[in-house]
Design a protein around this ligand. Structure first.
Ligand SMILES: Nc1ncnc2c1ncn2[C@@H]1O[C@H](COP(=O)(O)OP(=O)(O)OP(=O)(O)O)[C@@H](O)[C@H]1O
Length: 291
């Protein structure tokens, strides 16, 4: 049973984040009954398309329950990396392990959410979410799970509507619920809020924090938004040229890997975050105009 985040006690919230994994990575969340949080280990991951090298030598461990934001300039390979972790692309080199075993084609331990909600227009919201259920569930179990998810993403009273009858933000919530329906150990989100207006985007960020507090799922989040990364992530991975080796061969690698301090939800105006924001902007080649 998934409870709305508002029913969590302070103890529930502070119990999260107490542990750290052996990689020295960020705090890990404990998952709720029925959910799992899996670790992801990347070793020397690379990807080329023909003679165009997009990614090279990406190595890191994402702790169970961690939220890792992936930033980088357009075309640097963020989606390519995410697709490789989900087994949507099998052309990468190096090794990707989830919970110690290699990623499979369309790995069932993962679920992917995209910028466009990708809902079937002729199906109800309820039915669209049920499309994400694992086949192993009975009808009754499936119904119970979809009801929980509708509650979790605040769409209980919209279940019977078609996608065109709800707003873009609601459609994105339905898409998130569909991705969660198989209770993935690793949730892969590719610019999930990129097409939403600024206010809806902030609300969706809060919703994702609620969902993460409820499920403890490991999240890899590709975003272009530095503030979104700082608000949501335990760590931020900046893909780009290696600053220590500017003459290195083409292809993006880990340019920076930053811990984001403070527990969520974070104070958007804190001085610590402002310093990190400046560092990330400079890593992205953008002048943050601080004087
Ligand atoms: N199937 C493919 N065949 C050939 N080239 C590809 C393929 N998929 C990706 N690429 C190339 O790999 C590079 C990285 O693409 P990718 O979509 O991963 O970048 P990104 O960082 O996610 O970009 P954006 O921020 O613009 O979404 C691009 O140059 C793209 O053209």
């Amino acid at each position: 049973m998934i409870l709305p985040a508002s029913t969590l006690t302070e103890d529930d919230v502070s119990a999260k984040g107490a542990a750290t994994d052996s990689s020295g990575a960020s705090p890990v969340a404990s998952s709720r009954p029925g959910y799992t949080s899996l670790d992801v280990r990347l070793s020397g991951v690379g990807r080329s398309f023909g003679d165009h090298t997009v990614l090279r030598d990406v190595s890191l461990t994402v702790a169970p329950g961690e939220v890792l934001a992936i930033l980088g300039s357009s075309g640097c390979g963020k989606s390519t990396l995410l697709r490789a972790v989900g087994g949507l692309d099998t052309g990468s080199t190096g090794e990707i392990l989830i919970n110690g075993s290699p990623v499979q084609r369309y790995d069932e331990r993962t679920a992917v959410g995209f910028q466009e909600p990708r809902l079937l227009p002729w199906r109800s919201i309820y039915k669209n979410i049920s499309l994400g259920l694992p086949r192993s569930l009975s009808k009754a179990e499936g119904r119970e799970r979809v009801d929980e998810l509708l509650e979790l993403v605040g769409l209980k009273d919209r279940a019977a509507l078609r996608p065109r009858e709800i707003s873009g933000g609601m459609a994105q919530r339905a898409s998130l619920a569909r991705a969660l329906a198989r209770r993935p150990g690793v949730l892969l989100l590719d610019e999930p809020f990129g097409a939403l207006d600024a206010l809806t985007r902030l609300k969706m960020q809060d919703l994702l924090l609620d969902v993460h507090a409820q499920t403890g799922t490991t999240v890899l989040l590709v975003t272009h938004d530095v503030d979104e990364a700082l608000q949501l992530a335990d760590r931020v991975l900046l893909l780009g040229k290696n600053a220590q080796d500017p003459t290195a061969a083409e292809g993006a690698t880990i340019a920076r890997l930053l811990n984001v301090p403070g527990s969520r939800p974070r104070d958007r105006a804190s001085a610590e975050l402002a310093a990190l924001r400046g560092e990330l902007f400079s890593g992205l080649g953008v002048d943050s105009h601080t004087h």
